[in-house]
Design a protein around this ligand. Structure first.
Ligand SMILES: Nc1ncnc2c1ncn2[C@@H]1O[C@H](COP(=O)(O)OP(=O)(O)OP(=O)(O)O)[C@@H](O)[C@H]1O
Length: 716
């Protein structure tokens, strides 16, 4: 008994463990388990079967198997006593049987291995299950049998009828075995179906995987195709743009060609017009050529005539060249003669100066100043002869000093004659006109010395330099002499003379030489320079030089005017108190003129000295004391020595006392035989200055009577 039960349990459980979860797949209606299985009284049968082993209990839910299992183990009698379930209940139990088996299937076949899309399986239903309905049909008889076995219950055998009961049991056992056999067959069939389904499932899964791979490949292919499409689209776009550009280029080229064509057409039209114009021009030129040809013939004729005339002109030119050469020779002779004439003029000029005397005296009487006129001064005591302008007459009303300033009929007249007398109305220009020839002599190479001698306030500075508010008309002898020198030097350039000029301005105060163009702080000494190595001095005397004195090369009037201004400033700085320095000192403006003539080879060196002497007041009349007395003594000594030198020169004495005073020492080469000297004796118009005027006129007369020899030109 137990052996058979175990065998049945083993057979029943084995196929159940491999049942596939058919409900997971869309099972065709033909493959579904037949409803007859539901009609089987499985619950009771299985309870009996389960009572033999645990595997059946494991496949059921606890609530479904608890009671049968608990009772199953206690014997079939309990099950037999139990009322049979209703048919609907058995069917439900049978219908749930496959569902109870599903968990076992789930354990053997993981859900993850199943195809993701059941629809694939549905499209490919397995072919084998079509045979299953027949198998199921074969089971029906057993069910029917079972139904028969479960038919109306037999009467309960009495307890003592063991034999009958045993027979019943054996009968039931046989039925059970038959049923088991049928079930085993059914299980086998189902197992086969399962295998078939699994095989189908595998094939479907592999097909699905293959489809998946195909799908992936298709996707990849699609992606590749999409990329190719995109690439193609890009290429298409690029090609489209390129074609558009090419199209635009072609259109542009076409437009250019159209324009060029229009231009060419225009040019062609213009060329045609030009061609027609050229044709007309050619015709005109042909006509003109004919005219030119005729004209050429005429020109040739003229040319031959001109050649003949040219030959005649050349002969004439040759003759004229001879004449020109003769004229040039004449001009050269005349130029040479002009230069000779210039030399002759200089000699004649010098001769005239000699005839006039190498020392001359001009007398100049200044006018009364406005303040002098206003104070009642007059100059009736001075008379000028209008005939020759060479005589001046002073009337001394009272010989007695006490009667000075009064007039009487017994007045004494003093007449003085000079080379020229300038009355108060004489202008600076008239005065300079008389000395301009001396200035010319300086340019010719002579030493010229012009003095202004007279008492203080007599007009010496006015004559030599001009007034303080100097203008063009009131310019003195120095600026006028300078202007003439520069003008004459410029004119002499045409005759080949070139001059260089050097200026210096010295002052002699209290027998001290001072440089008015320098700082004036250095002691100046008068020295005789060494003889010219070439023996250039015809006088035999040496040139006088002053140490520490400033010599300025001058080239124009303005420059000389600036030097005079500088000298005037220096003298003003040296003035002390009421002591008028300019009145108490001698000033010497010296202009050294060096000339060369490249044409004649001549050279000359002259010196123009313009000297403004200190006031010549008599010591007895001055009433000076102290420093003023010393100044007066020095002034008188130097002026007296100037007279002595002139007298010595006039008397041709062997010794001329040049060195007795700074003034004569400085003017050594400008006094004597090698120089031309002119003295202005300036006279005050005031009658109260009559005696000083007489003294000055007497000194000037003495100088004027001197013949200091023949001036000699100094050539280098
Ligand atoms: N010819 C003249 N015409 C007009 N004014 C003159 C003339 N000569 C001199 N004067 C004036 O007379 C005044 C005295 O002249 P200036 O200073 O030249 O005399 P000076 O002899 O040089 O005196 P000092 O010896 O003191 O220098 C000045 O005011 C000057 O302008």
């Amino acid at each position: 008994m137990s052996t058979r039960t175990a065998l049945v349990s083993k057979d029943v459980n084995a196929p159940v463990a491999t049942v596939r979860p058919l409900s997971k797949l869309p099972m065709p209606s033909k493959l579904r388990p037949p409803q007859v299985q539901v009609k089987r009284p499985l619950a009771q049968d299985e309870a009996n079967i389960d009572g033999t082993g645990a595997p059946q209990a494991k496949r059921r839910k606890p609530e479904e198997v608890a009671k049968p299992n608990g009772r199953g183990n206690n014997g079939s009698t309990t099950a037999a006593k139990r009322p049979a379930p209703a048919r609907s209940q058995r069917q439900t139990s049978a219908a749930t049987l496959p569902k109870v088996d599903r968990p076992a299937v789930t354990r053997t076949k993981p859900a993850a291995a199943r195809p993701a899309k059941p629809t694939v399986v549905a499209r490919n239903p397995p072919a084998k299950p079509t045979a299953r309905p027949r198998a199921n049909t074969s089971t029906k008889p057993s069910i029917t049998t079972t139904s028969t076995a479960n038919g109306p219950k037999k009467a309960k055998r009495p307890a003592w009828d063991l034999k009958g009961r045993l027979a019943d049991i054996e009968s039931q056992l046989e039925m059970r075995n038959a049923l088991n056999h049928q079930l085993q067959q059914e299980v086998n069939e189902r197992t086969g179906n399962n295998h078939s389904l699994e095989s189908d499932n595998d094939s479907l899964r592999s097909a699905l995987q293959q489809k998946g791979r195909c799908l992936e490949e298709a996707n990849q292919t699609i992606q590749q195709l999409e990329r190719k499409v995109r690439d193609s689209e890009d290429e298409l776009m690029a090609s489209t743009r390129r074609l558009q550009r090419e199209k635009d280029d072609v259109l542009h080229a076409n437009q250019q060609l159209d324009r060029q064509l229009a231009d060419v057409r225009g040019d062609l039209g213009a060329s045609r017009q030009e061609c027609s114009g050229l044709k007309a021009s050619v015709a005109q030129m042909a006509a003109a050529q004919a005219g030119i040809t005729a004209e050429l013939a005429s020109t040739k004729l003229n040319y031959e005539q001109s050649l003949e005339a040219g030959r005649l002109l050349q002969n004439e030119i040759a003759q004229l060249k001879v004449v020109i050469a003769q004229h040039e020779a004449m001009i050269a002779d005349q130029e040479a003669q002009i230069r000779e004439n210039e030399t002759t003029r200089r000699k004649l000029h010098n001769t005239i100066q000699e005839l006039k005397g190498n020392i001359r005296v001009f007398c100049r009487v200044r006018p009364l100043l406005p303040e002098e006129t206003a104070s009642g001064h007059d100059m009736r005591h001075i008379n000028f002869t209008e005939t020759d302008n060479k005589t001046i007459e002073l009337a001394d009303a009272n010989l007695n000093e006490s009667n000075v300033g009064t007039r009487s009929s017994s007045s004494k007249k003093y007449e003085f004659g000079f080379d020229r007398v300038f009355d108060p109305s004489s202008t600076q220009a008239e005065v300079f006109d008389e000395i301009s020839q001396l200035v010319q002599s300086a340019l010719d190479g002579y030493n010229v010395c012009v003095f202004a001698y007279g008492q203080t306030g007599s007009g010496k500075t006015f004559t030599m330099e001009g007034p303080d508010d100097v203008g063009e008309e009131t310019e003195g002898m120095i600026p006028r002499a300078v202007r003439q020198i520069f003008q004459t030097a410029s004119e002499l350039k045409e005759k080949g003379w070139e001059y260089t000029m050097e200026a210096s301005f010295l002052e002699i105060y209290n027998e001290t030489v001072r440089d008015l163009l320098g700082a004036g702080d250095k002691k100046c000494e008068i020295k005789l320079a060494a003889k010219d190595g070439r023996g250039g001095t015809n006088s035999g005397s040496n040139d006088v030089e002053v140490t520490n004195s400033t010599t300025v090369a001058v080239s124009g009037e303005a420059q000389v005017r600036a030097l005079l201004g500088r000298a005037s400033h220096q003298r003003a700085v040296a003035a002390t108190g009421c002591n008028e320095r300019s009145s108490r000192s001698h000033s010497v403006f010296r202009l050294r003129l060096t000339g060369t003539n490249a044409l004649t080879g001549e050279a000359s060196q002259g010196t123009l000295n313009l000297v403004d002497l200190a006031g010549s007041e008599r010591l007895s009349q001055s009433g000076s004391t102290g420093e003023r007395l010393r100044e007066t003594k020095n002034i008188n000594r130097s002026l007296s020595n100037l007279g002595n030198v002139i007298m010595a020169l006039a008397n041709k004495e062997s010794h001329v006392p040049y060195r007795n005073s700074k003034l004569t020492h400085l003017l050594q080469n400008s006094l004597g035989g090698n120089s031309k000297t002119l003295m202005f004796v300036n006279i005050s118009p005031r009658e109260e200055n009559l005696q000083e005027s007489l003294c000055s006129l007497r000194f000037a007369t003495k100088v004027n009577q001197c013949n200091i020899g023949t001036a000699q030109k100094k050539v280098k």
